[in-house]
Ligand binder design. Structure first.
Ligand code: PEP
Ligand code: MG
Length: 566
């Protein structure tokens, strides 16, 4: 058995086709006719862009707009005046087009690879793809025709590049195995979009496997089973069928309401980090956004985003949601989220320190510009404001005062906004759980952040392995906090959601139904599964489970029992 990273769920059983990389070797030459060489290079770029457009068109039809954009990005990169200019400068210095392309691409590949950041490293793969495409054209090498692969093919390659993926016929390719890549690499994104099981980063896959041999690809566990036995084939065929059945079942819930088995209706929202993620939320059938983590707008840059930039981002997300609710959490920095240009002091105890709402209330100009941006965007959709890390009622009051001030400023300038914008509290600290009765009288809604609530209730750092045995939302203390927060929200007639990871946990769902949660906010890929899990429970069954659980005394007892009922 070979082992890699499961990057696209599902089971593929088929025969290996090794995609051998063509040799792109050449002998570098000194050019004398510079104009002719520049022309040769420019013709190659035109041909490359033409091919890429064609591939993008194919992938747009077979897969979708988003996936086509990855390929169109290649055109933007090679047409970038800086990169193209550098290549042409080398040609003008008498270097042949092949060597010039290779040298400049290498510079970009090295630069992107060195960052260690997943997304930027992706750029390196894009540039490799461009380099290989251009070199193939310059050297007159025909591309491998993946589109000719027979039915039941498992593609094996060092790396599946976006341009390669464009040739995939998803009826014939049943699995993908590569030697590189991660969950977030473009090959993974494309494989998931094509619904082809994929295992990436399998060491020496190309040399360990041979064309024609039978393999099983398990895109969830990351296992590649070589020379499978009859029993294994039977076992995995059954798994494959179960997987496809479940996928069909989940798909049948698309566009449906989120209902318990006894008919209570819930809101099922998504958590997002960028305006573009709003598209994922809509595609995943989310009924809105329960948590927009705005800190991503502040990260990966050297200065604060302006009010206008923020306004555009919030407005964009809201327009994508077409009137569905969008809960925007104000800046939640500090703790594990640093923003270097803010120059936050190193703290002994960052999780208990100067962070989130605490930092914002002391940096009023910055905070007010975020609130104004949110208010301005509220003219374009159903936007709500949420404050993170509330521990005392004054923080909510001061935050609301600032909202009022921002409204006055906008009124004075004649700028439109939603006069009745709701202002809610993210209940994610032990203190907010304990004073939920007080907060519920002054907040328009609650959203329970179990990721932090668990940590702050248990005094156990969410990233510390030594105390991870304590870090569980099924601890009796955390469950009591959750129950208390929901109860107080309900008694004060305000909606109460959950945007922490626990909202998608099938074992938590009956408890949340019983406690009276009104909204679940989960990651986009979990939406349909959560809808299905909610539909399994009647309120009475959920109450019976919750009653038993709340009488239990240890986390182990609780999870052992819940495991038997889901
Ligand atoms: C939480 O704390 O549960 C939460 C959803 O927020 P974050 O993970 O961004 O801290
Ligand atoms: Mg949090």
């Amino acid at each position: 058995m070979l082992k890699g990273i499961g990057a696209s769920d599902g089971i593929g059983i088929g025969r290996v086709m090794i995609v051998v990389e063509q040799s792109l070797d050449y002998i570098p030459k000194e050019v004398t006719d510079i104009d002719a060489e520049l022309q040769r290079y420019r013709d190659a770029v035109d041909k490359f862009c033409g091919n890429t457009m064609e591939q993008a068109e194919n992938i747009r039809k077979s897969t979708g707009e988003k996936e086509a954009e990855i390929l169109l990005g290649h055109i933007a990169i090679i047409r970038d005046p800086f990169m193209g200019g550098e290549i042409e400068n080398l040609i003008k210095a008498h270097q042949c087009a092949e060597a010039s392309v290779e040298q400049i691409c290498k510079m970009f590949i090295d630069m992107f690879s060195a960052t260690g950041d997943d997304l930027t490293m992706q750029r390196a793969t894009d540039v490799k793809d461009i380099r290989d495409g251009l070199l193939s054209i310059l050297l007159g090498i025909e591309e491998v025709k993946i589109s000719d692969a027979p039915a039941g093919t498992v593609l094996v390659a060092k790396e599946v590049t976006p341009s390669m993926t464009a040739g995939i016929n998803k009826d014939n390719i049943v699995g993908i195995i590569t030697e590189t890549g991660s969950q977030t690499s473009h090959s993974a994104i494309l494989a998931r979009a094509l619904e082809i099981p994929a295992v990436l980063s399998v060491p020496n896959a190309v040399s360990s496997l041979s064309s024609g041999e039978q393999v099983i690809v398990d895109g969830k566990s990351g296992d590649v089973i070589t020379a499978p036995s009859e029993e294994q084939i039977e076992e995995y065929t059954a798994k494959r069928e179960a997987f496809l059945r479940e996928r069909r079942e989940l798909e049948s819930l698309r566009g449906k309401k989120t209902l318990s088995a006894s008919g209570e209706e819930y809101e099922l929202f998504c958590n997002i980090g960028t305006p573009k993620d709003a598209t994922k939320a809509v595609e995943a059938d989310g009924e809105g956004v329960g948590l927009f983590r705005t800190e991503f707008l502040f990260m990966d840059r050297n200065s604060l985003p302006t009010e206008d930039e923020q306004f555009e981002a919030y407005k964009q997300a809201s327009l994508i949601l077409k009137g569905k609710p969008l809960i925007i959490r104000t800046l939640d920095i500090g703790g594990d989220k640093d923003i270097p240009y803010l120059g936050l002091a190193k703290e002994e105890n960052p999780f208990m320190g100067f962070r989130a709402i605490r930092y914002c209330l002391k940096n009023r100009d910055m905070f007010k510009s975020q609130i104004k941006a949110i208010l301005r965007a509220s003219a374009f959709g159903d936007i709500r404001i949420m404050f993170p890390l509330i521990t005392a009622i004054e923080e909510l009051r001061q935050g609301k005062e600032l909202v009022e001030e921002a409204k006055n400023d906008l009124r004075a300038s004649g700028i439109e906004f939603d006069e009745n914008i709701q202002v809610g509290v993210m209940t994610e600290t032990a203190a907010s759980g304990v004073i939920a009765d007080l907060l519920a009288k002054e907040a328009d809604f609650f959203s329970i952040g179990t990721n932090d609530l668990t940590g702050y209730t248990m005094a156990a750092d969410r990233g510390n392995g030594d105390v991870s045995y304590l870090y569980s939302p099924f601890q009796p203390s955390v469950l009591r906090m959750i129950r208390r927060i929901i109860k107080n929200a309900r008694e004060n007639n305000i909606p109460v959601g959950m945007c922490g990871e626990a909202a998608a946990n099938p074992m938590m769902i009956p408890l949340l139904i019983s406690f009276g949660l009104t909204e679940f906010s989960v990651s986009a890929p979990s939406v349909l599964r959560v809808r299905k899990n909610i539909s399994k429970w009647t309120k009475a069954e959920a109450d019976a489970v919750a009653e038993k659980v709340m009488a239990m005394t240890t986390e182990a007892e609780i999870t052992e029992y819940l495991n038997t009922v889901v």
